[in-house]
Structure formats: C-alpha cells, structure tokens
Design a protein around this ligand. Sequence first.
Ligand code: NAP
Length: 270
Amino acid sequence: MKVFGLFGEKLSHSLSPVIHNHFYHLLNIEATYSLYQIRPELLADAMKGIKALSLQGVNVTIPYKVKVMEYLDRISPEACRIGAVNTIFNSGDRLSGYNTDYIGFGKLLQRNDIDPTGKNAVVLGSGGAAKSVVAYLEDHNISNITIVSRNILQASTTVKHEVIDYDHLTSITKHDLLINCTPIGMHPNVHQSPLPQETIIKFNAVVDLIYNPATTQLMQQAKNTGIRSCNGLYMLVAQAAAAVEIWNGIKIQEELIDDVYNMLIENHIK
Ligand code: NAP
C-alpha cells in the first residue's frame, strides 16, 4: 500500500483526500491519502517523518509551501522560480519538490479556452498562488501583467511586474484577463468580492482560483454583465493529478481528471 498525504496547519475542510483517493480508485492503484495537521514548531520533525515513515509523497499547503523548501534535497526549476513547493516526492534516498499549481492553472485556462498570448492580465494578490499564476503567464506569451496588492512595497520585493493598489485599479483602462488569487469571497465569506462591478466590466474574462462556493460573488458580478468566468475547481483537480503523475511515474488522461472533477461537483461542491 502506497501512502500519501497533505501537510498543512488547518486542514479540516480539505477536499484533497476525496480527490486523491478517487484518482487511486479509478486508477486501480492501492494507495491511501491522509491529512497531516502540523503545528509550525513540529514541521522539521514532520519533514524527517516523510523518509522515516516511508510516505511516497506529500502535498503541502498554507502556511508551509515556502518553509518546506529548506528540507528538500532537490527542487524543480519551476518551483525554484515560483519560490514555493506544493508537492514532494520521496524516492527513498532523497526528497524532491515541485509546484503543480503552475500545471493546474495552465489546465484551467486550457479547459476554459483562455489563451494568454498577447493579453493584458491583472492578478489580485501576491501570495503563493499568485506567484504560480504569474510564472505560468510569463511562460505563455502574456503581453503584460499588473499585480494588485494591499501592500505595494512588500509585493514589489517579490514580483518583477508593476504592482498597484486597489484604489489605482479603479482607474485602469480596458484589460483582458482578471485573476483572483486572494481568499476574498471564499466560504464562509461568500458575499464578499475583491472588486466593485464598475471595475469588473473592464475585463473580457474573470478567473477566480476559489472553488468554494462554486459561483463566487466576483463570478456572479462578471455574469451579471455578460463577462465569462470560471472558478478554481478544475485547477484543484489538475494540480492533484499532476502530483499523482509525479509520485507514481504515470500519465493521467484528461478524461480521468474530468471524472474526478464531475464527482466533486455532484457530491461535494455547492
Ligand atoms: P496566500 O499565500 O495566503 O496569498 C493570498 C494573497 O491574497 C496574500 O498574499 C494577499 O496579497 C492577498 N490577501 C489575503 N487576504 C486578503 C484580504 N483580506 N484582502 C485582500 N487581499 C488579501 O494564499 P494562496 O495560497 O496564494 O491562496 C490564495 C487563494 O487561492 C485562496 O483562496 C486559495 O484557496 C486559492 N487557491 C486555489 C488553488 C486551486 O487549485 N484552485 C490553488 C492555490 C490557491 P497582498 O498582501 O499582496 O494583498
């Protein structure tokens, strides 16, 4: 039996066990995926535990995506560039870190027929997910990226694009793509939106990385004015699929990702 899991601080609402265990069921691989809630002062011990307990792989979530990097033997080029790891593979003698949010975001765009080539994008937030999104856009011919942050000074030290605050965003002219990489609008704060309606109408498409609720307030605002939008559920499933590929040395077909995605919509997402 292969053993996988998720390292994080607060994991009670995580969908990852449902997603991964369903992949293994469909793939007919004997494996189990569990949640490991770790207190910050015990992270070093938990990292040693990966080899000691022969966990084949772990995912990493808030707040440890950066901190785990110091315990790894190897870090993939894209995870190095993004500065965050969300997937660790234990090959027995060494731990390797990857960033599959990058891959998941790409699959989300492809599924929704959003081609970044030549587009102007506005990214809300400057945290871990925003960095994966920016790296993907940079690698796929985006024309221009603007980051919107509550703290311009701090965000400017970690990204090489223009950083503006929320007040300045209201005065921008027409843009193509809006990507929400903040937690605003996430359950239970489902009535909150990061932006007013009059700003949203300046975009052609809205991508919200949030997946709970399925239709965020931001997406609803976009719909109200006929702008297409999508949530982050497919990204969540696709980044999990990429981790399953890395850990098991296999290729997962798009149809299988769709099966897990549909199972979530039917049983777990409102
Ligand atoms: P994070 O590292 O904590 O970053 C979130 C960023 O959002 C912060 O750096 C901050 O940027 C901004 N922010 C936080 N609280 C805010 C508030 N109250 N008002 C305005 N801005 C705020 O978190 P993350 O890992 O990047 O995740 C961000 C969101 O993406 C979460 O909702 C998460 O669930 C979602 N996500 C989805 C997927 C997926 O697969 N669909 C994957 C990863 C993350 P500034 O300080 O620059 O303003």
